[in-house]
Design a protein around this ligand. Structure first.
Ligand SMILES: [Zn+2]
Length: 113
């Protein structure tokens, strides 16, 4: 299960940050999750609850998810457009010469103690 793997990465990073800052308990972790990342937020939250409550430092710790809208950039007309609506083809000029600017993030944004 992909989401569980991500959760273990988050826990590892959060514990490391907590140890570096001599923090004994974390109240909440805020994540940036891109709209077109492969993460399903509901699964991620389920996995988080299961895994976090097994860690003394993370018992009851809340996972908050910021969804980052996906935006694609067109190299031909130099415009941006929403990825989810239009995919890889630019709605302004019809070009397929495009790349994802943002929306693929899976990042820890903030740790609340
Ligand atoms: Zn274009």
């Amino acid at each position: 299960m992909h989401e569980l793997g991500i959760v273990f990465y988050i826990i590892r990073d959060v514990k490391k940050a907590a140890e570096e800052n001599s923090v004994s308990h974390i109240n909440a972790v805020v994540m940036d999750i891109g709209e077109v990342s492969t993460i399903v937020p509901d699964y991620l939250l389920d996995c988080w609850r299961w895994a976090a409550d097994r860690e003394e430092m993370l018992k009851g710790c809340e996972l908050k998810i910021n969804t980052i809208p996906a935006v694609t950039f067109c190299e031909d007309c130099r415009k941006e457009y929403p990825t989810v609506e239009h995919g890889k083809i630019c709605p302004h000029c019809g070009s397929g010469n495009t790349y994802l600017l943002r929306g693929n993030e899976v990042e820890i944004k903030q740790i609340e103690v």
